[in-house]
Design a protein around this ligand. Structure first.
Ligand code: GP9
Ligand code: MN
Length: 747
């Protein structure tokens, strides 16, 4: 019986159609095992994710493998089949190898060398290959062996065109159903792949479709680039030199020289949270205290300037002082092949800074893994550095208290001075994921019928506590006085995510008519709110204000500035405080502490803000008085002024867009700057932990890391958190010069 069925199987596979589906089955099997065991289940979260993931390799693979059925000649049929089967397996296995090192999928840029991977110094032989990898080839080897030992004979009977078409159509149908299912789950999946995460496309459509869509977007991006010339760059350079560059304010230039820079990205944090109270209790008491501290340069009229790329646009502005793109995310669509002259590289080359990013989401989100390498970030501690579990994470990733606390074992190993960026996550829509025992019992949120609003205050309060705990550690470890801490809200949070009128009661009754500073510099108690006001475009723009603070411990000349500025301006401001001359860099922002700043803020939608007028978007015909919020009917001279500002806003955005979409920085290397080689960086956990350890051992007494200064005694026990999961797992760790064995968040 057994023998018979084996024979039947062999006979079945010996036919042309049988062989094709046998090969499709094995490529499917290999892909699924890879999804589950190598690609971490593609971060699937629900049944639909898993179902689509299970089905997606079938259609695409079969479309190609059924093509040879149209071939009549036997040798040609078998050659074509062998080629497609080999390519199918190669696609999976090459991705396995690539993922092992980079936690990302092969893209067109990677394959062509555009991302600096091939032929750019990266040692591919360092990627581990395991005996189990032979599974990726065993099906093909078995088929070849069966032919060689004449168990299989070539089937000389070509299938009819009709049959070939039937098999091809079935494959196409399976693919289209997968595509439809994917689009249903993640709307406009393909067009939006330019916005978020490669993983989405692989999860719903598969590795092949990912490569094809990525190829298309790369082609579109390359077209804009291929026609660009050096003279296009010269125009941008002239514009910046004549209109944007500002000499530093000599009073503050270099006041923070050689200090560590700790950048804290406050997710979805609006300026109106500052000083907000609910039933007399502050939502963010710690951040309020920083805002009012005389050690902090704080700004009350600071706008986010992001577009669709939200967090990634904010990051792009802070790292490069240029805008994100008019649509999509620059990180995702151009970041893999972009020439950046970004903060980590400039600080490293001019002032000897090491650099790191800490973030609780997966590294592929917003293509960060590739972007950071092109920016010159030496380290990227993404979610894979934490033992992610249901306790320490929300749907977005590691919770903020775990993020900060788990980062210490790596932070203390960075050579000082360092540039370390923390991207928080817990205060992200839908503002859920915190459990009851993680919430501060002393803080009661609002009781709005809109749960999103109630949750927003809860996660904002949690973020505030997380930052406070981190500051406490900085003080306890001695890092505090050797650092400056920069905090900024990346973009709007609650407004725009919910019915804005539902948020009005929590803005204080005079939001539409109050003087500009009121919601940030005076406390607004939400319980006294009057909700008869109507939400306008003016409110929309005002809600785009986010906090921006530079805390310089030990200095007492800070204060709250009413200067108008935005995210574009952070980089030159910071560089000048650190004593870095920015004259030769192509930065569109203007130092917030310099004299003679241009008096307008360009919004990504081409609207603008000045101290007198607000135009909500480039196409808006309504203008508002910035201070009163009243609509205005401009007179002739005001119209001339407003038109002049609009022209300036357009030129600024056009110049930034040209520089970025045409990759114009490839035509220019500032004096003293060496272009970044992405091949120098790898963010793999094992590689990084080994490198950090070796670096300190190699430098010996010259090592400036906190751990070395502390004679190899870890400072992680100094971290105190109220997070229940951290309290229970906190075991005093004795002297250890390595922390590589325990992953972040478990200290
Ligand atoms: C994702 C996080 C959120 O990693 O940075 O991005 P957003 O949705 O705010 O753009
Ligand atoms: Mn964000």
């Amino acid at each position: 019986m057994k023998k018979l069925s084996f024979k039947t199987l062999i006979n079945g596979i010996s036919t042309r159609t049988g062989l094709i589906w046998f090969l499709v089955f094995f490529i499917w099997l290999k892909t699924i095992l890879t999804y589950l065991f190598v690609f971490q289940g593609l971060h699937s979260v629900n049944l639909a994710d898993y179902l689509l993931m299970l089905v997606n390799p079938i259609g695409f693979t079969a479309i190609f493998l059924t093509l040879p059925l149209f071939i009549k000649r036997t040798p040609l049929f078998y050659t074509a089949t062998a080629i497609f089967a080999f390519l199918g397996s190669l696609l999976v296995y090459a991705n396995v190898l690539y993922y092992r090192e980079f936690s990302d999928f092969l893209s067109i840029n990677t394959l062509t060398g555009g991302a600096g991977m091939l032929g750019h110094g990266f040692d591919y032989s360092s990627i581990p290959v395991y005996p189990i990898d032979s599974l990726y080839w065993v099906d093909l080897v078995v088929v070849v062996a069966l032919f060689a030992f004449r168990k299989f004979k070539m089937d000389n009977r070509a299938v009819s065109k009709r049959t070939a078409f039937k098999h091809f159509s079935i494959s196409l149908m399976i693919f289209l159903i997968t595509f439809w299912g994917g689009d249903l789950t993640e709307h406009r999946l393909v067009s939006r792949q330019a916005q978020f995460d490669d993983t989405y496309v692989v999860r719903y459509l598969g590795l092949g479709p990912w490569l094809v869509t990525n190829g298309w977007y790369t082609h579109v991006a390359n077209q804009a680039r291929s026609i660009a010339k050096k003279s296009d760059f010269t125009k941008v350079q002239k514009y910046i030199e004549e209109n944007r560059y500002l000499a530093p304010n000599t009073q503050v230039f270099g006041v923070a020289k050689n200090r560590n820079v700790i950048m804290i990205h406050l997710e979805s944090f609006q300026q109106d949270l500052i000083d907000k109270k609910i039933d007399g209790v502050a939502v963010t008491p710690f951040l309020n205290s920083l805002y009012h501290s005389n050690s902090t340069y704080a700004f009350s009229n600071f706008w986010n300037q992001v577009g669709q790329g939200k967090t990634s646009d904010a990051e792009n502005m802070l790292e490069t002082s240029s805008f994100g793109l008019p649509t999509g995310s620059l990180f995702q669509s151009l970041g893999s092949s972009q020439t950046f002259q970004a903060m980590p590289a400039i600080l490293n080359q001019q002032e000897g800074y090491s650099s790191a990013v800490f973030h609780g989401n997966v590294g592929s989100f917003y293509n960060r893994i590739n972007v950071y390498r092109n920016m010159g970030f030496q380290n990227f501690f993404d979610q894979s550095y934490w033992n992610k579990n249901s306790e320490n994470s929300t749907d977005w990733g590691i919770k903020d208290k775990y993020l900060f606390s788990g980062s210490i074992q790596y932070l203390e190993q960075l050579q000082q001075p360092f540039y370390a960026k923390y991207l928080t996550l817990s205060n992200h829509t839908p503002y859920t994921g915190l459990t009851k025992d993680e919430l501060d019992t002393k803080f009661k949120t609002t009781s709005s019928p809109d749960q999103l609003i109630n949750n927003y205050f809860l996660t904002a309060h949690y973020l505030d506590q997380s930052v406070e705990e981190f500051f406490n550690y900085l003080k306890a470890s001695g890092l505090y006085s050797k650092s400056i801490i920069v905090l900024y809200g990346d973009h709007y949070g609650i407004s725009g995510s919910t019915d804005d009128n539902a948020y009005l009661p929590y803005l204080g009754k005079n939001i539409s008519s109050a003087p500009l500073q009121s919601s940030s510099s005076s406390s607004s108690d939400t319980t006294t709110a009057n909700n008869t006001a109507v939400w306008t475009d003016y409110d929309n723009v005002m809600m785009q204000r986010v906090p921006f603070m530079i805390n310089i411990p030990g200095h007492t000349d800070g204060g709250i500035s009413n200067e108008y500025g935005g995210e574009l301006d952070v980089m030159p401001t910071l560089e000048h405080l650190l004593g870095v001359d920015t004259k030769s860099y192509m930065q569109f922002g203007q130092d917030l502490l310099s004299q003679n700043r241009q008096q307008f803020i360009a919004l990504r939608n081409r609207g603008f803000v000045t101290s007198s007028f607000i135009k909500p978007s480039g196409t808006s015909t309504t203008y508002y008085d910035t201070k009163s919020g009243q609509t205005i009917t401009p007179n002739a001279s005001q119209i001339a002024y407003l038109n002049q500002i609009q022209t300036k806003v357009n030129t600024l955005l056009n110049m930034s867009d040209a520089m970025n979409s045409e990759d114009l920085l490839r035509f220019y290397t500032p004096t003293g700057f060496t272009p970044v080689d992405a091949g120098d960086y790898s963010y793999n956990v094992a590689t990084t932990e080994k490198r950090l350890k070796e670096q300190q051992a190699l430098l010996k007494a010259k090592s400036t890391s906190l751990l070395s200064e502390n004679h190899g005694v870890s400072t992680t026990p100094l971290y105190k958190s109220t997070e229940p999961g951290l309290v229970k797992s906190s075991v005093p760790s004795s002297s250890s010069s390595t922390s590589s064995s325990s992953k972040g968040g478990t200290q």
